[in-house]
Design a protein around this ligand. Sequence first.
Ligand SMILES: NC(=O)c1ccc[n+]([C@@H]2O[C@H](COP(=O)([O-])OP(=O)(O)OC[C@H]3O[C@@H](n4cnc5c(N)ncnc54)[C@H](OP(=O)(O)O)[C@@H]3O)[C@@H](O)[C@H]2O)c1
Length: 336
Amino acid sequence: MPMNPQWRLVARPQGLFKESDFRWVEDETPPLEDGQALVRTIYLSLDPTNRGWAAGDTYLPAVPLEGVMRGIAIGKVEESRAPGLAPGDVVQGLLGWQRYAVLPASLLTKLPPIPLPLSAHFGLLGHIGLTAWVGLLQVGQPKEGETLVVSAAAGAVGSLVGQIGKIHGMRVVGIAGSDEKCRWLTEELGFDAAVNYKRAPVFAGLRRECPNGIDVYFDNVGGDTLDTVLSLINLRARVVICGLISQYNATAVPPGPKNLPNLLVKRARMEGFIVLDHIDEAEKASADLIRWHLADRLKYRLDVVHGLEKAPAAVNRLFDGSNTGKLVVRVSEEDA
Ligand SMILES: NC(=O)c1ccc[n+]([C@@H]2O[C@H](COP(=O)([O-])OP(=O)(O)OC[C@H]3O[C@@H](n4cnc5c(N)ncnc54)[C@H](OP(=O)(O)O)[C@@H]3O)[C@@H](O)[C@H]2O)c1
């Protein structure tokens, strides 16, 4: 069996991840047991939720200290003792921050062939596309002519959400952390407007760009931005709590939003969701996402870091905003 370079989690992060929270180990790959497959990682997804998984119990149990860091990845089956999986099959699962994973077939999803590069399973489809699709269409309940605001709008989920809003006839305003990201949103993705929250107070920007108020807010960041949007919502607005990235590295309990009374006054709804609860809808979501993409109505962008050894430094790019689109690590070549 091949040697297996991997990152183990050795300390719970305080604030941003530090490289010393991880240890690089070259381990032996265990021999296969019946029902298991050996998978070589091709793309490792870096996600804001990695921070939560490392820090403690969330919607999944904490990654154990000294255990391989948990990560969603796409890989190729190299050897199999599992019925239904054969060498060459492309699969997705929690392969972890390592070059090889030995897992039971029940924890691996065989990916269907798509008329797009393999990386589209992360940039457009998979957990990212499903999050955008479920969060906006089912939780957000968009209606034509309404105004949608989305934060972290130039990120993986946010960039899809805004475009799906446009496909559904909404006025779409993105919030992002640089002028370059804002230009990408309006000039290439078709957003009606974008507000750089690092340049000027977001309240003034949203007041200017949302003259009819805000009907749907797709929240990826929480904190002050959520509070500001709550002050601008319309009657029966829907506030979709997808993520709270501004709070993931907090070392003290962050203050709650001050403008919650507006939910009452405006008879509005605020609802969170976790994509894992919607896996059975992935096929339907993928069909929509691929159709829109092929019709040139939905673009996606990958931000690719080369080399597993760079994962601990690269994951912090999600928190300093230096990623645009879906952040992934290229661990090995498709046809290695
Ligand atoms: N509910 C679910 O099931 C589910 C599933 C997937 C993802 N999510 C959530 O969706 C959100 C987006 O995830 P993603 O994978 O698409 O990541 P992403 O948006 O590609 O990357 C994160 C972005 O968040 C922004 N950001 C970072 N720190 C911030 C801060 N303090 N204040 C404001 N913005 C900040 C940065 O963009 P700027 O340059 O704009 O600051 C950064 O590029 C995250 O909150 C994630 O946890 C939820």
